[in-house]
Design a protein around this ligand. Structure first.
Ligand SMILES: [Mn+2]
Length: 411
């Protein structure tokens, strides 16, 4: 089936590059849909304010291959808001997306200005959009599993992501050569050598090799290469960039400012590329201190509405720390106890030498929940005594196997 698609004329081609939306992702178990919904609205506002013609989204639209109904609703509202703000959308599937699910209804979506590229066959078939200088060909390469697509690509020996990507790029360049004078924009989802990961990406290592070379995209080049996969914005070459994710997805990204790239194409290619900041929907803070300090010290006031990760330094592990922390920091999502270390040269073996089991258990209890009281110590002593008796019974059993027992090992 083929639906006719009109190609409107734009005065200049202005592209907004965003990626790695990961709609439906949770953050340390906390639902992020409201934040994601807000940042998609901000992207639509940017589209309207900057008169963007085309939004490119190279992969990881959703966080999982089977997104929840709520995630699909948030994503669809985002697409609709961007379309209503005046831009078309070219999107590919990333390593988190199901190509089949994301691409369902793609030919119908294209009629409305949402171009989904999720198959090998799609990748050589550009989305053609025109401005006053002529056509721009948008080639979208979905993330391709070598296992699944190497036969279709005619490279049955391919084992790595780089090999299948090279085969796809050959096809794209062959198509592009048939379109002299047409400017080209490429979307790809890959870990390019030289790029920096944030820790919130899932490895796309295939056969032990995760990265592909930058040269694959630059020789010969495209007028702009919109990359997805890495979650911080970065420029690998003037016209080869990662936009990064629109929200931070790990505490390692707490100092990042999230953004999108605004790319203007003139008659000969990219005229200029500028960053456009996205709003920080909710900040991230990593706090260290004793529970009492964290609950009282006014210095932490700015973190009260942030997602908070806490490292507690109390000598004894505080009881019910997360509940108490959430009274001040309602968005606390992670707490760990980082007990202050004594003399590191004093090894465990030395610390327990010459002490009886009950004393060792008593100091363990003191460490994890405070000094046991007399009654608790009574229970502890009785438990220790019972355990010693049990051990003795087991030893007697081993010493005297029942008469007639088969003592040979059975493999
Ligand atoms: Mn991603």
């Amino acid at each position: 089936m083929k639906l006719s698609v009109s190609c409107p004329k734009f005065a200049v081609m202005r592209i907004l590059h965003t990626s790695d939306w990961h709609i439906g992702r949770t953050f340390h178990g906390v639902d992020l849909l409201a934040d994601q919904s807000r940042v998609l609205e901000a992207i639509a506002e940017l589209v309207a304010a900057e008169a963007v013609d085309t939004v490119v989204l190279p992969g990881d639209v959703y966080d999982r291959s089977i997104p929840s109904a709520d995630a699909i609703a948030v994503c669809n509202r985002g697409f609709e808001a961007i379309r209503a703000a005046g831009a078309r959308i070219v999107a590919t599937s990333g390593n988190h997306d199901s190509p089949t699910r994301l691409g369902a209804g793609a030919s119908f979506a294209a009629a409305g200005g949402l171009y989904l590229r999720t198959t090998v066959a799609d990748s050589r078939r550009p989305v053609l959009l025109a401005d006053e200088h002529g056509e721009v060909a948008f080639y979208g390469i979905p993330y391709l599993e070598p296992e699944i697509c190497r036969a279709e690509l005619g490279v049955p020996q391919a084992r790595s992501h780089a090999e299948v990507l090279a085969a796809v790029l050959d096809r794209i360049r062959a198509d592009s050569e048939q379109r002299p004078g047409t400017r080209t924009v490429l979307l790809a989802h890959a870990f390019v050598v030289g790029g920096a990961a944030t820790g919130s990406e899932r490895s796309i290592s295939v056969g032990g090799v995760e990265t592909v070379s930058l040269g694959m995209f630059t020789e010969p080049g495209f007028d702009y290469v919109a990359l997805g996969h890495l979650h911080s914005p970065q420029t690998l070459a003037e016209a080869v960039r990662y936009s990064g994710s629109p929200l931070p997805y790990s505490f390692g990204e707490s100092t990042h400012r999230k953004q999108a790239w605004l790319v203007d194409l003139d008659a000969t290619g990219p005229a200029r590329v500028r960053g456009r900041e996205l709003p920080l929907v909710r900040g991230l803070s990593q706090l260290t201190g004793t529970l009492a300090e964290l609950l009282a010290d006014p210095v932490w006031a700015t973190a009260e509405q942030h997602y908070v990760s806490v490292s507690l330094t109390d000598y004894a592990r505080p009881v019910d720390a997360m509940r108490k922390l959430r009274e001040r920091f309602p968005y606390a999502v992670h707490v760990e106890w980082d007990r202050p270390q004594g003399d590191p040269a004093l090894r465990y073996r030395e610390r327990v030498r010459g002490r009886d089991d009950t004393d060792i258990a008593r100091t363990f209890l003191t460490d994890v929940r405070g000094e046991p009281n007399t009654s608790e110590m009574g229970w502890l002593s009785r438990a220790m005594a019972a355990s010693v008796r049990e051990t003795e019974v087991v030893r007697e059993d081993l010493a005297a196997p029942p008469a007639g027992a088969d003592t040979e090992l059975i493999a």
